[in-house]
Design a protein around this ligand. Structure first.
Ligand SMILES: C[S@@+](CC[C@H](N)C(=O)[O-])C[C@H]1O[C@@H](n2cnc3c(N)ncnc32)[C@H](O)[C@@H]1O
Length: 408
């Protein structure tokens, strides 16, 4: 099961909860986790995992030195056990340090191997469909090893089925979920109640299309992330619709009233509108409160202090708007003004809250003149980020007031 780099240990913990495996039964590698599981467990992981990108079944693994070796390895797989010659398929290929000149050519050889095998067994060659394939096969090459996987997910799992309205830079749902886990709000060590289970409020003051808040609200209502979508395994031969329906019914039976309050706000009313519509489709419009407003002005949304989880505007992709933004357009700023004002606002008005800020700016806490108490490395696609934990301790209010009064 692949995941964003930095998320592997959390994924292992999550998979242990979804299946009956223990973390020691798993192989945790950079960018993913491997385990032996049943077909039923593969369906359960697709249904319940918030952190993995896909659930892949390894069907071949061996040494290679050229494309012919990969062809032979692919031809030996009993593909006809998994799908029929009438099903279209697609090959995706990734590589790390592969000596091959052309990955496209290697993918073509795997395609040929699968089609040739079907032709030999059934007299029919299945079609390739690169846009809407019924079956997806993944090939991963390292320097000497070729591994072939059958994809049970279909569309990647960050697509939960509720997003139609996106902002300019939406966070992947899987990464939003990883932020919630890293903060201890959505999952904790066994026996330790999570922040959500303790009813702790969670708030994203730059919520955009609402990804973090909607993930949080679904978690608060125990809504399984895969209930709104279809999966690749539903098209495979082993699929048993009765078992699947039973799993879905079990998941629906777990849904509950929200265990914790969830909030989101954004300076752009268009984004707030997107977020509300997304929440409606995600089945959580009653479990999350969205508002418009500038993060530099909005007061804490609940009396009880909680967590702020935020993926703030950054640099060229998204500029800070609102009162700080107006100034930045004139000054061609790097966001520094916005973040120092945000720090003052938080210190004054968010005493007792803890902020978890995901940013590619590795020096952000210093620029906010705040000290982080944790920094968790996480990759947003190819972009290296940090999730900084910043605690707004009670008492900082007075210090800030004095600080402001002297004008320094
Ligand atoms: C990186 S995006 C967040 C994306 C969001 N996590 C999502 O998944 O859609 C940053 C957001 O900050 C908002 N923003 C910019 N300046 C702001 C301000 N002063 N107050 C509140 N939100 C602001 C932008 O409108 C944008 O939606």
């Amino acid at each position: 099961m692949p995941c964003a780099a930095g998320v592997e240990a959390y994924l292992a913990l999550e998979i242990a909860r979804i299946t009956s495996s223990k973390p020691e039964d798993m192989r945790v590698m950079r960018g993913g986790v491997m385990l032996q599981a049943s077909w039923r467990e593969a369906m359960r992981i697709n249904l319940y995992s918030r952190l993995t990108q896909r659930v892949l079944i390894q069907v071949a693994h061996g040494n290679y030195a050229n494309e012919d070796h990969i062809y032979e390895s692919a031809q030996q797989v009993a593909w006809e056990m998994w799908f029929t010659a009438q099903d279209s398929f697609k090959i995706d290929i990734t590589a790390q340090h592969s000596p091959l000149k052309s990955l496209n050519f290697a993918a073509l050889r795997v395609k040929d191997a699968i089609a040739d095998r079907f032709r030999d067994k059934t007299g029919i060659r299945p079609d390739v469909d690169t846009r809407y394939p019924i079956v997806r096969v993944h090939v991963h090459l390292t320097e000497h090893l070729a591994t072939l996987y059958l994809d049970t997910s279909g569309e990647p799992l960050f697509k939960r089925g509720w997003r139609e309205d996106k902002g300019d830079a939406p966070l992947k749902e899987t990464l939003a979920a990883a932020m919630l886990v890293a903060s201890g709000w959505s999952m904790n060590d066994p026996g330790v109640p999570s922040g959500c289970e303790q009813g702790m409020p969670v708030y994203d003051p730059c919520c955009g299309s609402g990804t973090i808040s909607i993930e949080a609200a679904q978690i608060a209502c125990r809504i399984a992330p895969g209930l709104l979508r279809n999966f690749g395994f539903q098209k495979l031969k082993l699929f048993d619709s009765h078992v699947w329906k039973q799993l879905q019914d079990e998941a629906r039976a777990q849904q509950c009233a929200p265990m914790a309050p969830v909030f989101g706000s954004d300076v752009s009313f268009r984004m707030v509108d997107f977020a509300m519509r997304n929440a409606e489709r995600a089945g959580v419009s009653d479990a999350v409160e969205f508002r418009g407003g500038d993060a530099l002005q909005r007061m804490a949304p609940s009396e009880r202090a909680g967590l702020m989880l935020v993926n703030p505007p950054y640099g060229e992709r998204i500029e800070a708007a609102g009162i700080a933004g107006a100034r930045q357009i004139a000054e061609v700023d790097d966001g520094g003004d916005f973040f120092s004002q945000l720090a003052s606002h938080w210190k004054k008005n968010y005493s007792g809250w803890t902020a978890w800020v995901l940013t590619p700016d590795l020096k952000l806490p210093g620029r906010m003149r705040l000290k982080e108490s944790r920094r968790v490395p996480m990759w947003n696609g190819p972009i290296e980020c940090r999730l900084f934990k910043i605690e707004m301790v009670a008492g900082s209010k007075r210090k800030v007031a004095a600080f402001d009064a002297t004008g320094h």
